[in-house]
Design a protein around this ligand. Structure first.
Ligand SMILES: Cc1cc2nc3c(=O)[nH]c(=O)nc-3n(C[C@H](O)[C@H](O)[C@H](O)COP(=O)(O)OP(=O)(O)OC[C@H]3O[C@@H](n4cnc5c(N)ncnc54)[C@H](O)[C@@H]3O)c2cc1C
Length: 477
C-alpha cells in the first residue's frame, strides 16, 4: 500500500451476486473504497428477479432453508434484524415417486412423521430420531460455518471433534444408518437430486435439511428470494460502494503472482490494491487470471460442476395442492414445480399466479443434451400432467436452457459452481484467500460448503475479513 497511484487503495469486486454484494458491504463498512464491476445491467446474479408479461419471478432460488445463516451474515453486514420479513412455509414439499406413491414434508415434525408411519409402519419414530440426531450434529458443527478455513484448532475449540467422521461421510451412509425405507431416503435426499449428484457422492451435511425446516423452519422472504439481493444492493449503495453495471471483467492482471488490477471487455484497465471475485471460483482462475499456471488450471478443470438446469416460467390458474414445492423423481434426477403464489397472494393478477417448472440436470447430462435437447426436455415436462393437478389453464411466459443461464448470468461453462461432493468437503473447497495469487480473494457459492444464498452471503463476510486481515484499511485513503 505504498504506491502513489490514486486508485491503488481501491478494492475491485467482480460481480454483484449475493457473494460479491456481501463482500463489498463488509469492506465498505470498514473504510475501504470499493468498486464493484458487474457484467449485467442489474445486481443480484442468480438471485435476482425479472418480470415477464407483468408477473414477477425469482430467476433461480426458490426457498430459504438456512434462515440463521442469512441472519448471521446480515448482522455482520449491519443489516437490522427484521429488515427482511420472512413468510414461514407450513407445507414445505411433496415428492411423487416413480411408482406413483408420494411422500410429504410439513414444517411440523409430528405431522410429517405421522404421514410416514401410516405408510411405512415403524418409520415415524425412526424419522423423528433421525431428525433429532441431525439437529444435534448441526448445532455442534454450525459455528464452523462462520470460519473461513476451519482448522484442527477451530474444531477442537468448538468441541466439534466428534462430528468430524460424520462431516466427512456421504449422505447415503448417513441415511443408511437411519434405517428408513428407500422411498423416505430418496425424499430426504431430494436436495442432492437438485444438484444432479447421487447420494453416495453427496456430503453428509445435506442430512441437516429436515432438521432445519422442522426446527427453525423454511421461509419465503417477503418480496421473493430476489428481495435478499435487493436489500444487499440497497445496503451496498448506502455504504458507499460504487457499482458500475454493464462492465464485464476480461482479465485479472497479476504480474509476478501479485494482483495489479483488472481489464474489462471494453479494454479499460482498473488498478486495484486487491481483487475480490464473485465470478465462478474455477472460472476466475481458468479464464480471468492472466498467466495462471497450467497444471493448477488443469486440476481445477477436473472438478465436477453443478448445472442450473432448465426452467419454464409460467402463469397458472386454478386451485393447486398446498405444497410450496412439488417434486417428481425420475431416476437420479427430478423436476420441481414451485408455487410462490401459495405464499404471496399479492403476486396474482386476477386469478393467475406465477409458478416455475424447474428441471435440475447433472452438468454432463446438460452438456450432452445441448440447447436443442434441453428445449425438447422443457416441452416434454410441460406436457406431463402431474404438476398440472388442480390447474385449469397455464401460459408459458419465459423459458431458459442451461446455455441461456450461462449466457445471461455470465456462468463458467454454464455452471453455478463446483458440486459440493463429500470428496470436495474432504479436500476443502476453493479458498477465500487465493493460495497462488497474492491480493486475490474469492467469494460466493464456489467458496462455501453448500450453495445456498445464505452461504454466499456468509462467504462474502468471510472473504472480506481475509482481505482486511492481509491488507489493513489505509487510513490515508
Ligand atoms: C435454478 C436455481 C435454483 C436455486 N435454488 C436455490 C434455493 O432454493 N435456495 C438457495 O438458497 N439457493 C438456491 N440457488 C442457488 C443460489 O441462487 C446461488 O448459489 C447464489 O445466488 C449464487 O450467488 P453468487 O454470488 O455466488 O454468484 P452469482 O449469483 O452467479 O453472481 C455472480 C455475479 O457476477 C457477475 N459476473 C460474473 N463474471 C463476471 C465478470 N467477468 N465481470 C463482471 N461480472 C461478472 C454475474 O453477472 C453475476 O451477477 C438456486 C440457483 C438456481 C440457478
Amino acid at each position: 500500500m505504498t504506491s502513489q497511484n490514486p486508485t491503488a487503495n481501491k478494492i475491485i469486486v467482480i460481480g454483484a451476486g449475493v457473494g460479491g454484494l456481501s463482500a463489498a458491504i463488509r469492506l465498505a463498512r470498514q473504510g475501504y473504497a470499493v468498486q464493484l464491476l458487474e457484467a449485467r445491467a442489474q445486481a443480484g446474479g442468480l438471485a435476482s428477479g425479472f418480470t415477464a408479461e407483468g408477473f414477477t419471478f425469482d430467476a433461480g432460488p426458490y426457498i430459504l432453508l438456512d434462515k440463521p445463516g442469512l441472519e448471521w451474515a446480515f448482522n455482520e453486514l449491519g443489516i437490522a434484524a427484521g429488515a427482511l420479513p420472512f413468510t414461514p412455509i407450513e407445507h414445505v414439499y411433496h415428492v411423487l415417486h416413480e411408482d406413483g406413491t408420494a411422500t410429504a414434508f410439513d414444517r411440523s415434525l409430528d405431522t410429517t412423521a405421522a404421514g410416514f408411519e401410516a405408510r411405512y409402519p415403524g418409520s415415524g419414530e425412526r424419522y423423528k430420531a433421525f431428525v433429532i440426531k441431525m439437529m444435534a450434529v448441526h448445532a455442534n458443527v454450525q459455528p464452523l460455518t462462520f470460519h473461513s478455513h476451519p482448522g484442527v484448532w477451530d474444531v477442537l475449540r468448538n468441541g466439534s471433534l466428534s462430528s468430524v467422521p460424520f462431516m466427512l461421510s456421504s449422505l447415503a451412509s448417513v441415511l443408511d444408518k437411519a434405517a428408513l425405507p428407500p422411498e423416505l431416503q430418496e425424499s430426504i435426499g431430494i436436495w442432492t437430486h437438485i444438484a444432479g449428484q447421487p447420494m453416495t457422492q453427496a456430503p453428509a451435511p445435506m442430512a441437516f435439511v429436515p432438521g432445519l425446516f422442522h426446527g427453525v423452519g423454511a421461509y419465503y422472504p417477503q418480496g421473493g428470494m430476489r428481495a435478499v439481493a435487493e436489500l444487499l444492493t440497497a445496503t451496498a449503495l448506502k455504504e458507499g460502494v460504487d457499482i458500475q453495471y454493464n462492465t464485464k471483467v476480461k482479465a485479472i492482471q497479476a504480474p509476478g503472482g501479485r494482483v495489479a488490477g483488472v481489464t474489462t471487455v471494453a479494454g479499460e484497465f482498473w488498478p486495484a490494491a486487491a481483487v475480490m471475485s464473485d465470478s465462478s471460483g474455477i472460472g476466475t482462475y481458468v479464464e480471468l487470471v492472466e498467466d495462471f499456471p497450467t497444471p493448477e488450471k488443469e486440476k481445477l478443470q477436473q472438478l465436477p460442476l453443478q448445472s442450473p438446469g432448465t426452467c419454464a416460467y409460467l402463469a397458472v390458474r386454478g386451485r393447486q395442492p398446498p405444497y410450496y414445492i412439488r417434486f417428481k423423481l425420475r431416476g437420479a434426477g427430478c423436476t420441481a414445480f414451485v408455487q410462490p403464489g401459495l405464499l404471496a397472494p399479492e403476486l396474482a393478477q386476477e386469478d393467475w399466479f406465477p409458478a416455475r417448472l424447474i428441471s435440475p440436470l447433472a452438468h454432463a447430462e446438460a452438456e450432452a443434451l445441448g440447447p436443442e435437447g434441453q428445449s425438447q426436455l422443457i416441452d416434454q415436462q410441460l406436457a406431463e400432467t402431474w404438476w398440472q393437478e388442480g390447474i385449469i389453464e397455464y401460459k408459458v411466459l419465459h423459458r431458459r436452457t442451461t446455455f441461456e443461464w450461462g449466457r445471461d448470468y455470465n456462468l463458467y461453462r454454464d455452471s453455478m459452481n463446483p458440486v459440493m461432493t463429500s470428496r470436495l468437503m474432504l479436500k476443502g473447497r476453493l479458498a477465500h484467500r487465493s493460495p497462488t495469487v497474492k491480493g486475490l480473494y474469492l467469494t460466493g457459492s464456489s467458496t462455501h460448503p453448500g450453495q445456498w444464498v445464505s452461504f454466499c452471503a456468509i462467504a462474502g463476510v468471510l472473504a472480506a475479513d481475509c482481505l482486511a486481515h492481509d491488507l489493513p484499511v489505509p487510513h490515508a485513503a
